[in-house]
Design a protein around this ligand. Structure first.
Ligand SMILES: NC(=O)c1ccc[n+]([C@@H]2O[C@H](COP(=O)([O-])OP(=O)(O)OC[C@H]3O[C@@H](n4cnc5c(N)ncnc54)[C@H](O)[C@@H]3O)[C@@H](O)[C@H]2O)c1
Length: 258
């Protein structure tokens, strides 16, 4: 898919993997990149820096908590009303919180499902639209589970199952929307640092040293590599229901299901 002339939305785009993806989309000359984040200060700071590098007209920051379904619905509506179309949806917003685990399910899975359905509503040929592409952010935690993140792991398994099943439905029903998942290993972002805090990990904070050991064993990636993977998923029109893994040892590659 050519990025020129396209409109993209990235949730959790103010920092980390989301921000790197916003930058990569802008570097690829996407017509408009809307990034949604609950963190207003970080979002505005990010917008100011993007304006300097890419110009004011190319990006928009909208504050929204993706777990507020009505607010997210309104964001998608605003985007199509203002920019006339939607082509790319990246459901990236996520948290790591075992202590308030219901919140983790709400943000990492329920809101991602909502974002995917909103993407279909505004892009599917079923609704008279031109088609598009959706990327759902999972994690290598869905393949190499660990004792310190049971609920986070469950949400990331869920993202893969939902994405693959819906990708099949999209192909069968002719939605014209490709839906893929990306599974990064450890990435150098604020989320990774949350494993040190009881407020995030609850009783599983006792495993923080094991967690750090895993990081040094498996290595920590830069967000720009994950953004590169996202652009490949957008670009390769043959991919639907694909599960991209990104690891230190193998780089960008795909999980094969027999
Ligand atoms: N960092 C890693 O090691 C790693 C590995 C695999 C997958 N992931 C996944 O990548 C995604 C991005 O994580 P990251 O590492 O860049 O984290 P991050 O904490 O750096 O960034 C996440 C962004 O999402 C925003 N956000 C969180 N909850 C939100 C909500 N309810 N509504 C709107 N915005 C919200 C935050 O404000 C933040 O800007 C997440 O889904 C995460 O699970 C991260």
């Amino acid at each position: 898919m050519l990025l020129q002339g396209k409109v993209a939305v990235v949730t959790g785009g103010a920092q980390g993997i989301g921000r790197a993806t916003v930058e990569a989309l802008l570097r690829g000359h996407t017509k408009q990149v809307v990034f949604v984040d609950m963190n207003k200060v970080m979002g505005e700071e990010c917008k100011a820096q993007l304006d300097k590098e890419f110009g004011e007209e190319t990006s928009t920051f909208l504050q929204c908590d993706v777990s507020d379904g009505d607010a997210l619905t309104d964001i998608f509506q605003q985007i199509v009303e203002k920019f006339g179309r939607l082509d790319i949806v990246i459901n990236n917003a996520g948290i790591n919180n075992e202590k308030h685990w219901e919140k983790t399910i709400n943000i990492n899975l329920t809101s991602l499902i909502k974002g995917t359905y909103l993407g279909l509503e505004h892009m599917s040929k079923e609704h008279g639209k031109e088609g598009g592409t959706i990327i759902n952010v999972s994690s290598m935690a869905a393949f190499i589970h660990s004792p310190h993140q049971p609920v986070y792991t469950a949400t990331k398994y869920g993202v893969i199952g939902f994405t693959r099943a819906l990708a099949d439905a999209s192909a069968l029903c002719g939605y014209g929307v490709r839906i893929n998942a990306v599974c990064p290993a450890f990435v150098d972002t604020a989320l990774l640092k949350s494993v040190e805090h009881e407020e995030n990990m609850g009783k599983f904070v006792q495993f923080k040293d094991d967690f750090k050991l895993s990081m040094s064993k498996f290595g920590v990636l830069q967000p720009s590599l994950i953004a590169e993977g996202m652009l490949k998923l957008i670009d390769d029109e043959s991919l639907n229901g694909a599960v991209m893994k990104i690891t230190h040892s193998k780089g960008i590659h795909f999980h094969s299901y027999c």
